[in-house]
Design a protein. Structure first.
Length: 149
């Protein structure tokens, strides 16, 4: 294992062991539930909007280390962003995972999300890494019909 692969593994394990924004909180504007039937990962996610930005993301997750760590990373990256910014980040993360290692993310933009570049080489794990991101995208879309402050 290269030093970079080891670093990425450590980032994923750190987010799995000490997830950011975990635990369902109130108030929230939208709640969604997503399940990955291929491996049993489950996620309940809440988003609170304020002044057109994602003010809070909270969640309860069960499943593998990749799905839980990816949710932690995504929450930290998307809080305090506008929906259009969040969708751009989602699109880039999705393209990287679907690129099977051919697409690299910008570390300044994506932070710890770059650790999932290695996951792109394992198609069975891509759904795990995407679970939280897909739930966030779904929740953000649903907030578009909800009035915020």
């Amino acid at each position: 294992m290269t030093d970079l692969q080891s670093l990425y593994r450590d980032i994923i394990l750190d987010h799995y062991r000490t997830p950011e924004y975990a635990g369902l909180r109130e108030p929230y504007d939208v709640e969604v539930t997503h399940i990955n039937p291929s491996c049993g990962d489950e996620l309940v996610l809440r988003i609170a909007m304020e002044s057109g930005e994602i003010h809070d993301i909270s969640y309860q997750a069960e499943g593998c280390s990749i799905s839980q760590a990816s949710m932690s990373v995504a929450a930290g990256l998307l809080i305090n962003t506008r929906p259009d910014q969040a969708f751009k980040l989602y699109d880039g993360f999705l393209a990287m995972l679907e690129g099977q290692g051919a697409i690299e993310l910008d570390e300044d933009t994506y932070g710890d999300a770059i650790a999932f570049q290695g996951v792109a080489q394992f198609p069975a794990r891509v759904k795990c890494a995407l679970l939280g991101w897909a739930a966030l995208r779904d929740a953000i879309i649903r907030t578009q019909g909800v009035k915020d402050d």
